[in-house]
Design a binder for this molecule. Structure first.
Ligand code: DC
Length: 232
């Protein structure tokens, strides 16, 4: 069932799953192939975390954190690397990937007001359809009516190895450390009270442990074409 007249040529695609499952690469390429807009919601949580760290606001300082989250203008723009993110006009694309932000982001993402503010922004971005949104709670909470929901996962070992290959040159960290950090982050994301990482009951589960990125992309594009045909 399509909500708005004239939207039947586009659907919304939600891609959820744990850290390092390949969601952002896959979501970006799927969006590219379909001519859709890619939205990296993890980057939005990272942006709030960076801003809080800069302002010296901790997760415990609830009113201050809520005020900060509400005051931020977060913008996403397509770029050669995938997506650039701006906070109040400043390009923070690289800064939000630092280890300091990565180690703290799950704690800030567990805050109710932060989730409420970012969830509203995300729903607004998806209103006109034609988005591929990746995150943890997109299919289950943010866009429960998304026409296609994917839960993309892979073993912890494989996810740590992929991250290690990406960052080993720039950040001093061992594979074992990464494996532990990813497992800890999974735990926090799955156990939090508000919108935890969960596989929506109507999501298609793709385990990418022994799939190539191209195979995953192809599978999702194929599923989206089927959903599009059904929506017409
Ligand atoms: O995908 P990522 O590693 O950039 O996500 C950063 C953090 O944000 C991660 O700990 C989970 C959290 N997150 C979330 O809670 N909900 C989302 N929709 C996206 C990310």
């Amino acid at each position: 069932m399509i909500d708005h007249e004239g939207d039947s040529d586009r659907i919304n695609i939600a891609i959820d799953g744990p850290a390092g499952a390949g969601k952002s690469t896959v979501a970006r390429k799927v969006a590219e192939q379909l001519g859709y807009v890619y939205i990296d919601t993890g980057a939005m949580y990272r942006a709030v975390t960076l801003s809080a760290q800069r302002a010296g606001v901790t997760v415990e300082q609830l009113p201050k954190l809520a005020q900060l989250a509400r005051s931020l203008i977060i913008e996403l723009e397509p770029s050669e690397q995938g997506q650039s993110i701006f906070i109040n006009g400043e390009n923070v694309t690289s800064l939000i990937r630092s280890r300091e932000v990565t180690l703290q982001v799950s704690h800030f993402a567990a805050n109710e007001t932060v989730r409420e503010v970012l969830g509203t922004m995300q729903r607004n971005l998806a209103e006109r359809k034609g988005v591929v949104m990746d995150g943890r709670d997109i299919g289950s909470h943010v866009l429960p009516n998304a026409e296609l929901k994917i839960f993309l996962t892979a073993s912890v070992q494989e996810r740590a190895l992929r991250r290690f290959r990406e960052i080993a040159d720039s950040q001093a960290i061992t594979l074992e450390q990464l494996e532990k950090e990813i497992a800890d982050r999974d735990y926090l994301d799955e156990q939090r009270d508000i919108s935890p990482l969960i596989c929506a009951s109507d999501a298609v589960v793709l385990d990418s442990t022994s799939m190539t990125i191209d195979e995953v992309i192809e599978a999702i594009v194929k599923l989206s074409r089927t959903k599009l045909a059904e929506a017409k």
